[in-house]
Design a protein around this ligand. Structure first.
Ligand code: NPG
Length: 369
């Protein structure tokens, strides 16, 4: 395969409602798509990060530079670039997993399209549809939270995740349990907002029968998470702390997590995500697929991954309408609480040209063109 052109397409798409977490509030999906043109086919991917480095160190403007100056030159210089060669080619560049994931995914999409093979088939998917969970941001009041959760349950979502932070944890969880019952699959996500000194406080969540508590402590504090896990009954799930299959193996060996959130972008792409799935599954540790408010371009490959056998918990892979009044692909629609796994070649979706044009802020060639 020969790469002829690599282009970034910056987009800004309003969210249907602001999304508040312990690290900030988002009102717009402001990122770029990566468009790769090869001699065989074209591929698309989405940079999962935001304009500000609040969730992780990477951010939109920085990622464009890293791709332009360090990642794309190494990959186009390969005699015959393929997705499997991207990781080794860029391994000398430290970090920047989100940018690496965007490049690998766009090339993988083009490559699979040239073979007429779906990403789901390539990864080893065993399901045609996956159960959909939804992530509910921090609200102004418990009443507003209950209304929001009620609306999502009425739409058919099968699992609720509540964002928490100090001052917004026990009471919202208690209220959701009281209103919707003990059978509702419910979990919480702290996005690193607590410290080990909060152990006794976090132990109060044990009485609510949660599926898990996600990333309660500082990023990369595996030792602290293991100490916390030894003192609370709720399963600890890691997100921000896991960047690779090796990290995941260490965390599992230390009992720093009993569940893993796999976000392909956070770990450098779908090939490493698949390895994490395999490591976790070999240890009997359940995984689920996280989300970063992606458009349909980022969501489609996540659905393919979520169809692997070890994904035994519903993920944050919600329908397009949870995020946008208008998605840039054909919308993903909830059907009986599930989303269909794309079955067409590559990631199985493409941007709708007219919609993409309306949401495009800027286009820039990084190579060729
Ligand atoms: O449905 O895609 C979604 C959002 C799920 O809560 C969600 N994502 O911390 O996992 C997270 C959070 C996030 C959103 C992280 C945006 C980074 C950016």
């Amino acid at each position: 395969m020969k790469i002829e052109r690599v282009e970034v397409v910056h987009v800004a798409i309003p969210l249907v409602s602001p999304f508040r977490t312990s690290f900030g509030t988002m009102t717009t999906k402001d990122t770029f798509l990566l468009h790769v043109v090869t001699d065989g086919a074209e591929g698309w991917s989405e940079f999962a990060g935001d304009p500000r480095p609040l969730y992780c160190p990477e951010f939109v403007a920085g990622a464009e530079i890293v791709l332009r100056d360090f990642l794309v030159p190494r990959v186009v210089a390969l005699p015959s670039p393929t997705a499997a060669l991207v990781g080794p080619a860029v391994s000398g560049i430290k970090g920047h997993e989100l940018a690496k994931a965007a490049l690998e995914t766009a090339i993988l999409d083009a490559e699979l399209r040239s073979y007429g093979m779906s990403l789901a088939g390539y990864l080893g998917a065993v399901r045609e549809r996956v159960p959909a969970g939804v992530s509910v941001g921090i609200k102004e009041s418990v009443a507003e939270l209950l209304d929001t959760v009620e609306g999502y349950l009425a739409e058919g979502y099968l699992r609720i995740k509540l964002k928490i932070e100090p001052g917004w944890d026990i009471e919202p969880v208690r209220a959701v349990r009281a209103r919707f019952g003990a059978a509702l699959p419910l979990q919480v996500d702290a996005n690193t907002a607590y410290t080990l000194a909060d152990t006794e406080h976090l132990r109060r969540l044990d009485e609510f029968g949660l599926l898990l508590i996600e990333e309660p402590l500082e990023e990369d504090n595996l030792h602290g998470h293991a100490r916390l896990q030894s003192r609370i009954a709720t399963r600890v799930c890691l997100d921000e702390s896991l960047h690779s299959a090796r990290d995941t193996a260490s965390a599992i060996a230390m009992d720093a997590c009993r569940v893993v959130n796999i976000k392909p972008a956070r770990v450098g792409g779908y090939l490493e995500a698949r390895r994490i799935h395999d490591v976790a599954r070999a240890h009997g540790v359940p995984v689920w697929c996280g989300g970063m408010l992606e458009t349909g371009i980022g969501r489609a490959p996540n659905l393919a991954l979520a169809a692997l056998p070890g994904f035994t918990l519903p993920g944050d892979t919600s329908a397009s309408s949870r995020y946008f009044a208008e998605d840039i692909t054909e919308p993903f629609v909830l059907d009986d609480g599930h989303l269909r796994v794309p079955s067409g070649p590559g990631i199985g979706v493409e941007p709708l040209p007219e919609v993409l044009r309306r949401f495009t802020v800027r286009r820039q060639d990084l190579y060729g063109g």
